[in-house]
Design a protein around this ligand. Structure first.
Ligand SMILES: [Cu+2]
Length: 195
């Protein structure tokens, strides 16, 4: 939600550079390019009626205590295969393994609540995304925050705990780093939800 300023005018929506950490510039790390103007919003005149933005859109109950806890260790290293940098390419892993679509990495049971720790000892940030099931990020007090997320940024040298309820969808799903080159180089796992 954005509250427009008064009076009207022309406002730019700008994507700013972000330092992802790592060893330098380019695909493997460093700052993204930018800034870039994504859109320009122009408005003028008076609103037909006065109203204010709601403080809360919906009431979100915190998920109950988990029955299962897991941890996912994020890793990176130099592989032996051909990479985009030429020669030995970088690999990105979860719990020491690069993505393999023929392997089931994590099996969960429908109608269960789990807590997952994403542990990032690497020097780069990894925004972790889970398909199909949004989650609640768990705060430092152990209580889940009252917001649904499908991506949680796990900064370099830190960890993030999320709580998920598998309620509606049985079948195969994925979780992965949302930085394209990281997921393409292995930072992705398969999730089998058993009904
Ligand atoms: Cu990443």
């Amino acid at each position: 939600m954005v509250q427009g300023a008064r009076p009207g005018g022309s406002y730019r929506l700008v994507s700013l550079p972000y330092n992802r950490g790592g060893m330098g510039m380019g695909m493997m790390g460093g700052a993204s390019s930018g800034p870039a103007v994504l859109a320009t919003v122009v408005y003028q005149g008076q609103a037909g009626s006065t109203w204010s933005l709601p403080q809360r859109l919906v009431n979100i109950d915190p998920l109950p205590e988990p029955s299962v806890r897991r941890s996912f260790q994020l890793g990176q290293g130099m592989g032996m295969g051909m990479g985009m940098m030429g020669g030995g390419g970088a690999t990105f892993t979860i719990n020491g393994r690069a993505f393999n679509p023929g392997r089931v990495d994590t099996r969960v049971v429908l109608n269960s609540v789990e807590e997952w720790d994403f542990i990032n000892p690497t020097m780069m940030d990894h925004p972790m995304h889970v398909h199909t099931n949004p989650f609640q990020v768990v705060g430092s007090d152990g209580a889940p925050l009252r917001a649904w997320k499908d991506v949680a940024l796990v900064p370099a040298f830190s960890r993030v705990r999320v709580r998920t309820a598998f309620r509606d969808f049985a079948g195969m799903a994925l979780y992965h780093c949302h930085i394209l080159d990281h997921e393409d180089l292995g930072m992705m796992g398969t999730l089998q939800i058993q009904g």
